[in-house]
Design a protein around this ligand. Structure first.
Ligand code: GAR
Length: 215
């Protein structure tokens, strides 16, 4: 077995994506080691999940900081200490400053509940319903200084049915998310997916379009 990739997973809430990654590791589908789970929210249920699996957790409560710069410096210092191969934003609901992103250039991945570049930011399900979209989806992308705008690696789309509510889209989306993050991380671990100078390569070829998740 090759050396596992190392991860720091950043969360703010439920942590169901974290749980999916933990399970993929424990069942041998993903060759990775979670070095730490970091939360900006001391009440995040994902911290309970992490502790149950004996993972190292760290809370950097955003209520304790009055500037983004200071918060991001503390987070950066901690992550530099553990020096993971990748920083995984799994429902981390804070915007990271450009200085932070530069410090971990091309090593930060985010999952976002929309077909980016559509519906950046918050409340993606409600906005898609308001616009009577017939398709919605999930994207995993590399994080760059511009919000939700880095190169997209993997996307999954699903149909919006008549009468759907936010909860319906969320249920469909999250179920895909739980398969997608382990998939992308396992491609990184197998070196099927590589990132060089901000460009993503899949099977040695430059990824010009997001990979469509087969489901
Ligand atoms: C996920 O749906 C993820 O896509 C979303 O937060 C949820 C976290 O769920 N992230 C964003 O909206 C980022 N802009 P989880 O805590 O159960 O993994």
């Amino acid at each position: 077995m090759t050396k596992p990739i190392t991860l720091a997973i950043l969360i703010s809430g439920n942590g169901s994506n974290l749980q999916a990654i933990i399970e993929a590791i424990e069942t041998g589908q993903l060759n990775a080691e979670i070095k730490a789970v970091v939360s900006n929210n001391p009440e995040a249920y994902g911290l309970v999940r992490a502790t149950r699996h004996n993972l190292h957790t760290w809370v950097i409560n955003d209520q304790d900081y009055n500037s983004r710069k200071h918060y991001d410096e503390v987070l950066r210092h901690y992550l530099e200490t553990i020096d993971p191969d990748y920083i995984v934003l799994a429902g981390f609901m804070r915007i990271l400053s450009p200085g932070f992103i530069d410090a971990f250039e091309h090593r930060i991945l985010n999952i976002h509940p929309s077909l980016l570049p559509a519906y950046k930011g918050l409340n993606t399900y409600q906005r898609a319903l308001d616009n009577a979209e017939t398709q919605h989806g999930v994207s995993i992308h590399l994080v760059t200084a511009e919000l939700d705008a880095g190169p997209i690696i993997l996307q999954a789309s699903y149909a919006v049915e008549a009468g759907d509510r936010v909860e319906d889209l969320q249920r469909r989306g999250i179920q895909l998310e739980h398969q997608m993050f382990p998939q992308v991380l396992s491609w990184l671990s197998d070196k099927r997916l590589t990132i060089k100078e901000g460009q993503v390569f899949y099977d040695q070829a430059l990824l010009e379009q997001p990979i469509q998740f087969d489901h």
